[in-house]
Design a protein around this ligand. Sequence first.
Ligand code: KIV
Length: 309
Amino acid sequence: MSSHAPQKDKRQNVPAIRRRKGGRRLSMVTAYTYDHARIADAGGVDMVLVGDSVANVCLGHDSTLPVTMDQMVYHTAAVRRGIERALIVGDMPFLSYTVSEQEAVRNAGRFLKEAGADAVKLEGGEEVKETVRAIVRAGIPVMGHLGLTPQTVSMLGGYKVQGRSALAARAIIDAALGLEEAGVFSLVLECVPTDVAREVTERLEVPTIGIGAGAHCDGQVLVFHDLLGLSRGGHTPRFVKRYADLATLAVGAIQEFVGEVQSGAFPAAEHCFQMSEGEDQKLPASLSLPTRGAVADGLVAPTPDDEPV
Ligand code: KIV
């Protein structure tokens, strides 16, 4: 096993994730479907986040706002079916936890009850603290999310680094402490300066998971499509590290398929099926029989179709 191979453990759980504070770094990747989940799990991530970024990367929207609770439950259930080991975190979509605490608890519960998630994530600080408390009180583990919070991008004036000034940094640190007091089991820090993420990480007892938040966090998260080079076109944020270029590989493979279909090189003999032994000889005679109902009428004997495809 190479020194870069991920360590394999049994199924993850919330207390085990919490115990990793200050220890072996946590890895999280987004996943939106069964096949993403199988790839992420096989790669050995500790957590998969069914992010509301599904709106952008899978559904073609230009923000996370349009994705609905039903869509998030649908995608989370698909991810659940693909996971054996990682902890599954369902991302609560825009307006699913801010209208009332009661609705927030009910929606958070849907991720666990209907989709099989282990926890939920929601964005915000002081303004969602009591909601976090209510969800945790209902027995649902919550991951917080501070810094650049894409659901409130209009309020933030765009996708910008947060906490650059001392005052703004202080607000993030205070919000992080408030969320911890309300019961979050971990906290995503998105697009904040390295020093701010380090301060938060040192002050919290729960693990911080960074995305564009420097190297001092207890873990890191990346979007599946960014990490694998599956997103084509558009702006790639500076914090993304692309570990593969699957979109180029995929487009190349499809171009090759199109070319081979056009040239007749595909399908080759090994991709084709043959009639049962001797049956091809009988075909001309059977063609002289009435076509419709010939098998049903017993004029043509059905042959065993037991060859697996
Ligand atoms: O939805 C998402 O992908 C996220 C991550 C960026 C943390 O919230």
